[in-house]
Design a protein around this ligand. Structure first.
Ligand code: 9MR
Length: 401
């Protein structure tokens, strides 16, 4: 029974100057370039500064936020316990998501135990600062992102029942623990294999009778355990060349959810976007047709949209920081302008506020070791053109009801 909530990665070959060539960056241990922002009578009631991204977003019925990590007090991480990073979150965000701390790898040391220490610490800070949190995620449906014990788990003589129990118990435990404090969950993350549009298998899904049965059970369980929450399928299909099969696989999955009456409310569009060349206008013109067709198909099925993990891989750009940052900003603005044309899009999450802690540096560094510049604030916590571009896109967005 359906229970509804409501009705290139490619570096440009032959570029004389590489995207990431020896630009260096404003690295180092400089202190944050944040003005003191004491509470003042001119602030909105929540204490959000009027020029903050969140204030601009709120004026349009939107919300903007970021991922946040756990960290020991004062550690140099993208954590709430790092005063430099916390200042950015407090200044600009109206919504947070834990970068890693709700994943099975973080919460499930074993098949029979949970460890909520780190996620709870993030949640406590968010609550203390009046910042709502999204939940990411209840099931990352890929073997390499599940805990190792799960892939080697002995599901016993009745594997289907054991796998069902494991998944249902996990989702119930997480959703019930946070009650209505979490109003939106990435129930399933990245189930589609971008190379051939098929769904991945995990040990859990093999025991449970296949990927569809597993994903369906995840959504039904989440709906029952968090009946008021927005339930999201989250993936990184994007608009750059090479994503056609990924988009096709996601569309097929979303069609299947509707056909089987599975309670899925929204598509999480991760938005790890990749610049293609210094000609951002030309790049966008080349990409937007297929992308709009995809989003039209998704929204025509009744799915809302959420931007869940926005950042920019600065590929194919000049080495100098000024034009590189300008292109990242322009590409971001063009992307957001297009996205905000879809009225159901109300929440935008950045995958990090500062270049200093971006995952991209570790996962896909520039070949020449120049620092990546994917976020609205630089390594020294100073605002970049990307921040102004986000503010401009928010200000230009049609107001939501
Ligand atoms: O940014 C996250 C990084 O710190 C983790 O090591 C990695 C694996 O857990 O996940 C990264 O976040 C990913 C997100 O959870 C899902 N979409 C892609 C994100 C970037 O890889």
């Amino acid at each position: 029974m359906e229970i509804t909530r409501r009705s290139g990665l490619t570096m440009l070959a032959g570029l004389a100057v590489s995207a990431c060539a020896s630009a260096g960056g404003t690295t180092g241990l400089a202190l944050p370039a944040l003005p003191a922002s004491p509470a003042s009578p001119s602030m909105p009631p929540s204490g959000v500064a009027p020029d903050s991204l969140q204030a601009v977003a709120r004026s349009k019925g939107l919300r903007i936020g970021s991922c946040v990590a756990w960290g020991a007090d004062g550690a140099d991480r993208g954590s709430f316990a790092n005063p430099n990073y916390a200042a950015l979150l407090k200044r600009d965000c109206g919504l947070l998501v834990a970068e890693n701390e709700m994943k099975w790898q973080a919460l499930r040391p074993t098949a029979t135990s949970f460890d909520f220490t780190r996620f709870d610490a993030i949640m406590a800070w968010a609550v203390a600062n009046d910042l709502p949190m999204r939940g990411h995620n209840l099931l990352w449906h890929q073997p390499k992102w599940m805990p190792r014990w799960e892939e080697n788990h002995d599901f016993g003589a009745n594997p289907r029942q054991a796998a069902e129990r494991l998944l249902v118990d996990h989702i119930n435990t997480v959703c019930r623990r946070y009650g209505t404090k979490i109003a939106s969950y990435d129930v399933v993350n990245e189930a589609v294999n971008p190379t051939d549009s098929t769904l991945y298998q995990t040990a859990l899904s093999r025991a449970l009778g296949g990927p569809e049965a597993t994903l369906d059970l995840a959504f039904h369980t989440a709906r029952a355990a968090a009946p008021l929450a927005q339930l999201v399928y989250n993936d990184y299909m994007s608009w750059e060349p090479g994503n056609a099969k990924h988009r096709a696989g996601v569309l097929r999955l979303l069609e299947g959810f509707r056909a089987r009456r599975i309670p899925v409310d929204a598509l999480g569009v991760q938005s790890h976007i990749v610049t293609q060349s210094p000609d951002t206008r030309g790049s966008i013109a080349a990409l937007e047709g297929d992308w709009r067709r995809f989003l039209d198909d998704v929204t025509a099925m009744g799915y809302d949209l959420v931007i869940t993990e926005l950042d920019v891989r600065d590929n194919g750009l000049p080495a100098d920081i000024a034009p590189r940052d300008r292109a990242v900003a322009d590409f971001t603005k063009g992307y957001l302008d297009l996205m905000f044309a879809y009225p159901s899009l109300k929440d935008v999450l950045l995958w990090g506020m500062s270049d200093r802690y971006s995952w991209i540096e570790g996962f896909e560094p520039c070949p020449d070791k120049a620092r990546r510049r994917p976020c609205p604030y630089d390594d020294a916590f100073a605002p970049k053109p990307m921040r102004s571009a986000i503010a401009a896109a928010l200000a230009a967005a049609p107001a939501r009801r």
